[in-house]
Design a protein around this ligand. Sequence first.
Ligand code: FES
Ligand SMILES: [Fe+2]
Length: 397
Amino acid sequence: MLADQAAEHALHERVVQRQGEWARESRGLVDPPLPSDMLQPWEIWDRDLFDLEMIRVFGRSWVWLGDTEDLEKPGDYITGRIGAQPVVVIRQQDGSVKGFLNNCRHRAAGLAFEPAGHCNALACPYHAWTYAIDGKLLSIPDMDRMYGPDFPKEEYGLVPIRIKVAFGKLVFGCLSRRAPAFDEWIAPLLPRYEQYKIHTYRRYHRELDDVYPINWKAFVENSNDDYHVRFVHRRLNKVRKQMDTIVRFEGRTTSGYKPHSDSFDMSAGRTDLNDRDLRGSYAEFIYPNLTPLPYASQLIMVRVDPLAPDRSRIFSRIYGLTDDIELQNRELDGLAQTNKEDTDMVTQLMENLRSPFYRVGPPSAWEGRAQHMMRMIRQDVATPLDPDEFDGPVDKD
Ligand code: FES
Ligand SMILES: [Fe+2]
């Protein structure tokens, strides 16, 4: 076992041992008779566990980074994060889209800084190593004196990552070379998503982007909880035909379908989708951190980016068929309200789960998706990355 793998293994041992000790010592005050796979207090506040999640969950996952509206011309780029790892995605001269770690190969300095921008080359602000948009290291200032003439410059290009442009629009990135192709990653959702014609949806004129004092998994749990919706988001009950939700989970995706009331029509006159898809909506999830809500006339995307055990960024965009700014504002304000209802609730939970004595209760039938996702996260946390996790080409999506 390599030294850094041994260290990663030791980190997991430490986390498991500490969880066991905490659980044992604080046992007895709350004594739930039924088992629960929901998020427990020690999974929220542990810094070591958080560090392990950045490696073992985000190191092997596809993460949504943005869309091609920001990548029209060669040199156009977007930046983002896959867990704790900053990345940059750049449109190439040949029209392809490539992704790289957004770190200089000299020190960890960033190379692209705007959420979206344009560059002819990427010049590091620290010691001015300069990279081409295809990742090649073009120049090192004063190279002969600093490193000598034999310095293997060609070995120090930007580190490539896998990129998938899905549905002709949405950009996803993945660090692992062993993770399944993106289409396989979202296989249970793929046939329906291909029918929405997402490439025809246009991005609304602004987005929602805020940092909250919550753990990313607590938000994932909430996003996959179909039980709270009619209580925490009461104002939305009027657009529902009945309170039932059809809950599904399979592999790395989950889905909760709710039929709309007859007066709430989101079909935009479309007839090319089946009746169920036109007359209701899905709250879905793509492991590990994306909540898409697709409709016949729009797609809402909500992503949670982990920043620290008790801090997460929540980034939301709406894509749709309307260019009416007033209407876009109303819908964005509605989404902001929904996000606030959720983050207020989760913030309160976070504070109460500071107590190691509390034990959370069993998942209801409508929290099956949340339980599924918590199990998947735990399974990845317990599974080391493969020794060849990062070997192989990046051009398989
Ligand atoms: S950190 Fe980029 S050139 Fe030194
Ligand atoms: Fe909610």
